[in-house]
Design a binder for this molecule. Structure first.
Ligand code: ATP
Ligand code: MG
Length: 549
């Protein structure tokens, strides 16, 4: 069992509510709007809601907050379900806010009857202008004091489709002089002649978020309705709706800081723009901070959950360094993955004193820290590939890799010494010639002399061609508020390289993960990998400058 969510102010509220008997059982919900794919910010909310309820033997619903017909789509519904499950969570019930449209309508009728709501015929622009601002109070609508009967009649006709979009709205009658602008007769229903992904053309009026959300929570008897900080000023309205709609159950809204991350845009609207503008190839592009993108990149649910717990739950917004997320995937993959050899930029080495036509099979342990991962077979013969950067003809000081006259160790194999550099007419290095020392075979305990460099390599004859996709941050700026984030796109966020891997890796399947020596952790891409060619996404390099305290 993994660690629990560390103590935080929301958990303390839950503990108190259980101790005082205010609630016998905790019910939370995760309420995404199906207008895009989930991102790592949503994961923070998912982990918090599900793990909090789990810890206190409560329940969590997955609820699609689908009250805006224009932007929502069943593709998003499906992806959200898949992503929540993949993260490792089981919801108690799956609900659609749109299933509550009739009840929401009836509660609105109740508000009108109580004199707490009215149909307003001002244009959206007029409503905005008359709302006032932080220093000026609002002006009352001329429709504010129309009779209950008239509002009831108009609201019914709105439902029947007798009016155009924007012609009329239903507003809560609260207080145009309230210091809280959200309480200045907010719109609670609007007309939208649009087909809804769930209810089709049944409705042409739709409830606004601030009205719908508290009713959804109350219908499901949610005890703690956890949302992000920007809804703090909406809480009085949330409580007003619960109260005036005479909901039986009284959920409590609690706000926490949303996750922001360096070099990352974290809003579905912006992420959708990246997809629509073809900056990325899809919602699951490995550069995207979506759950689907992280999965395809090679992130594991365990790493994402650990990250979400570690960043904690606070009352003030801050920005988390993306390197912290990278830290957790390294921690997770280190003991789980085989350490294999892949050559990204090959340079051929001919071992001139190794018998032609001979191949020997070496034994290579998969993970020095985890013997359970066993070992694999590694062919070795006269020609191998090494990394171009592992050879220099004229090396600087403290270069311990291969150069003329120098000896290095080949991982799992022998010491080799460079004797000759073969070049073309332009002076480009074509291949290098080395000799090996048969006495130095790995695992034989040879220790007559030490070498400083150890190189990874792949046997030429049996090397398997592979594609490596290396990633840099997609966004250069850290500032989420930057409207023009499309201008901050990193033009070098993807580098595609053709290289070679060891033959044992022919068996790799999509989503298999490996540590390639020196290059970092890689995932077999599920979309681009074919029978003919393995495509690897670099999840993360081996090291970063970031230290977890
Ligand atoms: P976006 O702006 O990306 O569309 P949203 O808040 O509108 O985000 P919803 O689908 O309404 O997205 O969010 C579902 C839940 O996820 C909400 O409870 C919301 O508070 C939470 N959530 C969304 N983004 C973050 C984030 N960056 N950090 C923490 N929680 C988040
Ligand atoms: Mg939203």
């Amino acid at each position: 069992m993994e660690a629990k969510i560390p103590s935080n102010f929301i958990k303390n509220i839950v503990i108190e509510d259980l101790q005082t008997g205010k609630h016998k059982e905790i019910i939370t919900r995760f309420p995404p709007e199906p207008n895009g794919y989930l991102h790592i910010g949503h994961a923070k909310s998912i982990v918090l809601n599900f793990e909090l309820a789990d810890e206190f033997k409560g329940r969590t619903n997955l609820r699609f907050d689908d009250t805006n017909p224009v932007k929502e789509d069943t593709e998003y519904v499906d992806s959200i379900e898949e992503d929540v499950k993949w993260l490792g969570f089981d919801w108690e019930n799956l609900y659609f806010a749109s299933d509550y449209f009739e009840e929401m309508y009836q509660r609105a009728v109740l508000l009108i009857k109580k004199g707490k709501a009215y149909v307003c015929e001002l244009s959206p622009e007029e409503i905005r202008q008359m709302r006032g601002n932080l220093t000026e109070s609002g002006k009352e609508s001329p429709y504010r004091n129309r009779s209950v009967e008239e509002s009831l009649n108009l609201f019914e006709r709105m439902r029947k489709g007798e009016f155009q979009d924007g012609e009329k709205v239903l507003r809560a009658k609260i207080d145009m002089t309230s210091p809280n602008i959200n309480m200045r007769d907010p719109i609670i229903y609007r007309i939208a002649h649009a087909t809804h992904h769930n209810t089709g053309d049944k409705w042409c009026i739709y409830p606004m978020y601030d009205y719908a959300h508290p009713i959804e929570d109350a219908i499901e008897a949610i005890t703690h309705s956890i949302c992000t900080l920007e809804f703090e000023d909406h809480r009085p309205l949330y409580d007003w709706v619960i109260q005036e709609c005479e909901m039986e159950s009284q959920p409590r809204q609690i706000e926490f800081a949303r996750l922001n991350m360096t070099n990352t845009v974290m809003s579905k609207r912006k992420l959708k723009l990246l997809v629509d503008e073809k900056v990325v190839d899809a919602w699951d592009d490995p550069r995207m901070p979506t759950i689907a993108g992280l999965r395809r990149r090679g992130y594991t649910p365990e790493a994402i959950r650990s990250f979400c717990r570690e960043i904690g739950v606070a009352k003030t917004n801050s920005t988390v360094d993306v390197q912290m997320l990278e830290h957790f995937i390294r921690e997770d993959l280190k003991p789980k993955t085989s350490n294999v050899m892949g050559i990204l930029r090959p340079l051929k080495v001919v071992i001139t004193n190794y018998p032609e036509g001979q191949t020997e099979i070496l034994d290579a342990e998969n993970n020095a820290d985890n013997p359970e991962l066993g070992s694999r077979q590694l062919p070795f013969s006269r020609e191998i590939y090494i990394e171009q950067e592992d050879f220099m003809e004229n090396p600087p000081n403290k270069y311990y890799r291969l150069f003329p006259g120098n000896e290095v160790r080949l991982k799992f194999a022998y010491f080799i010494k460079c004797n000759e550099v073969i070049k073309d007419a332009e002076g480009n290095v074509l291949e290098i010639h080395c000799t090996y020392d048969p006495e130095t075979k790995s695992g034989t305990g040879f220790n007559a002399r030490k070498v400083k460099g150890t190189l990874h390599w792949v046997d030429v004859k049996q090397a398997v061609p592979a594609e490596f996709r290396l990633y840099e941050p997609l966004i250069l700026a850290d500032d989420e508020s930057d409207r023009n984030f499309l201008e901050q796109i990193n033009p070098n966020s993807l580098e595609i390289i053709q290289g070679y891997i060891e033959p044992a890796m022919r068996a790799a399947k999509p989503q298999d993960k490996f540590q390639f020596m020196r290059h970092g952790y890689f995932n077999v891409d599920p979309k681009y990998t074919t029978k003919e060619k393995l495509v690897f996404n670099r999840i993360v390099s081996l090291k970063s400058s970031f230290e977890i305290k």
